[in-house]
Design a protein around this ligand. Structure first.
Ligand SMILES: CC(C)(COP(=O)(O)OP(=O)(O)OC[C@H]1O[C@@H](n2cnc3c(N)ncnc32)[C@H](O)[C@@H]1OP(=O)(O)O)[C@@H](O)C(=O)NCCC(=O)NCCS
Length: 181
């Protein structure tokens, strides 16, 4: 279910609340040590209150129209985040997600991803949502398989992650495909 709220949109699933970042999330994000990344870009260690404040400020300043970004709330606590970069001219978006390590393997990101895809393709009316992952990041592309995204292919040797040149696996889903899942 999608509800329009002053600074964006709030979505809910059976277990999760998805809503825009707020400054009250600082404590949860510091407690979890920041959001895990795959590409070595963070989070800073040790993870300080100022890191969380800066991240939240950036998210709040970003335009919701081009960079909608949700915190994932489980049992009242922020455990992850999921966000998109929207290309309004082409009605497309690229989506990304991250989850606190202790919650991995419980299907939380597939649940959150389905909700955001539904909102993006149905309510927002985007034509296509894509996602990319390092080909070695099997955990991530398993999520894309699970929600019914289609593997488009691999772009070879175009990123350097953990000091190793690597390829990215690309997935996508089209508006007309989502309703059929
Ligand atoms: C990728 C990620 C978002 C998956 O979220 P999730 O909610 O755990 O997804 P799922 O529960 O569907 O688990 C996905 C796969 O991760 C693997 N996995 C689950 N728990 C794991 C754990 N504790 N350790 C290692 N792998 C684990 C399993 O292979 C699982 O697939 P399966 O259920 O088919 O066996 C999460 O691992 C993460 O935040 N990783 C770091 C950030 C990242 O890589 N973001 C994506 C960048 S493209």
């Amino acid at each position: 279910m999608a509800v329009i709220i002053p600074d964006g949109v709030a979505l809910s699933t059976s277990r999760l609340e998805l809503r825009p970042f707020e400054f009250r999330d600082v404590e949860d994000i510091v407690s979890m040590g920041g959001f895990p990344t795959w590409d070595g870009s963070g989070p800073p260690s040790p993870y300080m209150k100022r890191h969380a404040e800066k991240l939240i400020a950036q998210k709040i300043l970003d335009s919701w129209e081009t960079n909608p970004s949700f915190v994932i709330v489980l049992d009242g606590v922020v455990v992850g985040s999921i966000g998109m970069t929207v290309n309004q001219s082409y009605e497309t978006a690229e989506i990304g997600y991250t989850l606190q390590r202790e919650h991995w393997g419980n299907g939380i990101i597939p649940e959150a991803l389905k909700a955001v895809l539904s909102w993006a393709l149905r309510d927002l009316g985007l034509a296509k949502v894509s996602a990319q992952a390092d080909i070695r990041n099997e955990r991530s592309w398993k999520v894309m398989d699970k929600v019914g995204m289609t593997r488009e292919g691999i772009s070879r040797s175009d990123h350097v992650i953990h000091n190793v040149r690597t390829g990215m696996v690309w997935y996508s889903i089209l508006r007309e495909e989502f309703g059929k899942l």
